[in-house]
Design a protein around this ligand. Structure first.
Ligand SMILES: [Cu+2]
Length: 353
């Protein structure tokens, strides 16, 4: 008698375990910080995308519960019992027609709000929309701010600043393979295709001090996962200040280490690929470094921007970003610069604010 009771308890315990694990998992997921969430609406496109998203969510929940209940129910109600064999059924035209028509109706219910939202998003931007060009590179984003004639007034990399409440239109391009521009909280993703111009237009609606995280959303090679960018949505006056600061050429470094770094940089291979406006560095292959010290991250959003990480990047960028196109500069990795020289160049780059 005692043994039976013990046996029952442990059996019930074993059945409860998966349920408890599921509850724990849900609790953990709910507590998750979601820095790249499409449910956080910080742009007018996401506002329109919410309608079809909600329809899909509700329909999916109904289908999930219904299928689960019926599957469990049928397994129990029609199971084989002593003296009653399970019924074998082959084909039922009426049922088959019903379960073909139901999904057709569901797809139609999803399609109507989806197309409606797509057409709303695809509307031409207003004539006074701010013009930006975003160019995908393996593996970083180049951003160019354009004037009314389409001339570049400012080039930056991996950090996009936008004024709150002002419409922007972004021409999406690529210099190598297909990439995709995606800031989940602000707008849906659009591909950046070599030789073909795509566009995305939206208005960022919520300024905040922390950046919105963006990510390349098209598998584009070894370091695709390390191809990130940040979007800073600012109050219009703050954005204007940022813009006028960024438009200025760089000034000479102050301090011994940074000055030494400035000289080393001007004589190094760096200037073949990078631009620092106001200096002899006019390379166009890598990111524009004119105000690199003012950015919050290096290596396309992978590392915090500080002297240590900059030095690590210069020494051997592939150590941070596998497959990186920037050749290693540190003597220890096959380059020509000593650790002291790299530290000086990192100090110079940080001084470019
Ligand atoms: Cu990618």
């Amino acid at each position: 008698m005692r043994a039976t009771r013990l046996g029952l308890t442990s059996l019930r315990g074993r059945r409860l375990l998966p349920l408890l694990a599921l509850v724990l998992l849900v609790a953990l997921l709910v507590a998750c910080d979601a820095p790249q969430s499409t449910t956080e609406i910080a742009g007018n496109n996401n506002d329109k995308l919410w309608e079809p998203y909600r329809v899909v969510l509700v329909l999916a929940a109904i289908v999930f519960v219904l299928v689960l209940v019926l599957t469990l129910g049928f397994s129990i109600w029609f199971r084989e019992r002593p003296g009653r064999p399970a019924r074998q059924i082959h084909g039922n035209t009426r049922l088959e027609v019903i379960w073909t028509l139901i999904p057709v109706a569901i797809v139609a219910m999803i399609a109507i709000p989806t197309f409606d939202a797509l057409f709303k998003i695809d509307k031409d931007p207003p004539a006074d929309a701010m013009k930006i060009e975003a160019i995908g590179h393996q593996w970083w984003f180049e951003f160019r701010y354009l004037d009314d004639k389409g001339e570049t007034v400012l080039t930056t990399a991996n950090e996009l600043h936008l004024p709150e409440g002002k419409p922007v239109t972004i021409a999406l391009r690529s210099v190598d393979v297909i990439h995709s521009f995606w800031v989940p909280a602000i707008s849906g993703k659009v591909d950046m295709i070599p030789g073909h111009d795509n566009n995305i237009s939206f208005t960022a609606t919520k300024a905040r001090p922390e950046p919105y995280l963006g990510q390349c959303a098209e598998l584009c090679g070894l370091s695709h996962a390390n191809m990130r960018f940040r979007v800073f949505v600012q109050a219009p006056a703050d954005f204007d200040n940022w813009m006028s600061d960024q438009k200025k050429d760089s000034t000479s470094a102050t301090g011994d280490l940074a000055s030494e770094g400035e000289q080393l940089f001007a004589q190094s291979a760096c200037i073949g690929c990078h631009t620092v406006r106001g200096t002899s560095a006019q390379g166009k292959v890598g990111p524009d470094l004119t105000h690199v010290g003012s950015r919050t991250t290096v290596a396309a959003g992978t590392l915090e921007n500080n002297a240590q990480n900059l030095a690590r990047w210069i020494r051997n960028s592939a150590d941070v970003k596998p497959g990186s196109k920037m050749p290693p500069q540190g003597a220890s990795a096959g380059g020509t610069l000593t650790d002291d020289q790299i530290a000086a160049i990192a100090a110079y780059l940080l001084s470019l604010r």
